[in-house]
Design a protein around this ligand. Sequence first.
Ligand code: CUA
Length: 326
Amino acid sequence: MIQLPERLAGILLAAGPGFMPERASSVAEGVDHVFGFLFWLSAFFLALIVALTVIFVVRYRYRPSRREPEASPDHDNRLEVLWTAIPLALVFVIFALSTKVYFEMTELEPGAAPLRVQVTGRKWSWWFDHPGGKGANQLHLVAGRPTELVLASTDVIHSLYVPEFRLKQDAVPGRFTKMVFTPTLPGTYPILCAEYCGTNHSTMLTVAVVHPDQAAFDAWAREGQGAEETLAQLGERVFAEKGCSACHSVDGSPGVGPSLKGIWGKDRKLADGKTVRADENYVRESIVKPGAKISAGYDDVMPPIPLDDREIQGVIAYLQGLKEAP
Ligand code: CUA
């Protein structure tokens, strides 16, 4: 029974206590503010329009004393400008508020060393490859540490949704998507799939465990280590087995193709004069469609390499691990 007033207060405050789940990430407050603004804006116009409708219906209703419509002007420039300018200004405010929050959840702060987790959605479970090579069906993070999730899917579109983080991002087959945030509260939070993906969509549940500090995370990451091949080890093996190393060195020495030492996250000069950031989607494209972006000074001679998603994730983890070029 004590629940009800609290819930009501939450609704009235739009995203206050009791109405929304706990805020457990750096972007949660911003999302709640955008939500609250939209909520109250909509509530205001709902009340205004309903009230005017009722007043006009009563005021201009049919009466025996008034059978013909009243004469009224058919145009008013001031009104036209007013009801165009006010909504226009309001949508610009909404645009500005939400764009600011959107950038917070898509762009890392410059210079941040994020905890980077590779997330894979598949029918019907999640898989998380953590730094250091630990794979798990739960997401493990560190409170206060900037985090970048890189999402992939092996089959259909899934969507990683963590209500306490106020974050939701599709995992799309054939490309990588990203989610950037900092978890703020240690704890365990439910993860859901928010995109209908077939029979067992509703069972695609797991949790995000936010460790209080890096030491607790490291202790977890060390448990049972060594038995399985890590993502980076898989990548190194693929790199050798598929013949990548024949043309691409990893020590900075030139070859048929550019050396891959230290390229991760850097801007690459292309043959057509453009530049491109060496990120997940660039690496994927360069493997499956090598002719799409040719590095400056090299020829379009690389054949497409048919790797599966996990192998591509492995190569990415391997490239991330290569030391900086001198
Ligand atoms: Cu995966 Cu719904």
